[in-house]
Design a protein around this ligand. Structure first.
Ligand code: SIN
Length: 204
């Protein structure tokens, strides 16, 4: 993490309000790669499977408000730069008013940034994506997939158990027909941890 970067606060609502790239547009494409794939709790005009290039999904962001607490943050997805990588997800065409709700939902470190979005069926547009960059206060950073699974297994927050986020995301990626070795490795470790917890309980 570079020391001359300004630290992004744990609450990004005010920063995101200042983003005016699509002012005056009647609709905006938003790319989702985490919970936005499987939980579309906002109105959208249409949605299409899509991807963004040179980013990869990582469970490196802390969650104080959804899948953990400030005292015991959970681990949720962000994307980090990776040359040549393709991050698959879902693109939503939304009215600009929807960002009031989305900025609140994504307030724990995510900034709304512009990106090129490639649709699975062909074609490309300029749109937005929420990214929790490594300079935000809730960023946890890299850890092994096994350690991430342990962290997720013990975390829970107002939106429910952290494991639910990971499992729903893995299921949604499978439905899209997409591989994500990082997500599926954590899912596998979580299943093993749950199985060994269950057998420990039987032997007690
Ligand atoms: C996203 O899904 O695109 C952002 C991160 C999240 O809300 O899980």
């Amino acid at each position: 993490m570079s020391s001359n970067k300004t630290r992004v606060g744990a609450n990004t609502i005010a920063a995101n309000k200042l983003m005016d790239q699509f002012d005056g547009h009647h609709s905006v494409w938003l790319f989702g790669y985490g919970s936005l794939i499987y939980k579309a709790d906002f109105p959208f005009i249409e949605r299409r499977p899509a991807s963004i290039a040179n980013w990869t999904r990582r469970f490196w962001q802390g969650s104080h408000d959804h899948r953990g607490t400030e005292a015991a943050p959970g681990r949720v997805a962000t994307i980090v730069p990776a040359d040549g990588a393709v991050c698959h997800g879902m693109a939503y065409l939304v009215a600009p008013e929807v960002f009031v709700h989305l900025d609140y939902r994504e307030k724990n470190g995510y900034l709304r940034l512009t990106t090129a979005i490639a649709f699975e069926e062909g074609g490309q547009v300029e749109g937005l994506v929420y990214i929790a960059t490594d300079d935000n206060e809730a960023f946890l950073g890299a850890a092994s997939e096994l350690d991430i699974a342990h962290h997720i297994a013990r975390s829970s927050g107002p939106s429910g158990p952290n494991s639910e986020y990971l499992i729903h995301l893995a299921m949604a990626l499978r439905e899209l027909g997409k591989d994500d070795p990082h997500v599926f490795a954590i899912e596998e470790h979580l299943a093993q941890l749950a199985a060994s917890d269950a057998s420990d309980m039987k032997t007690v």
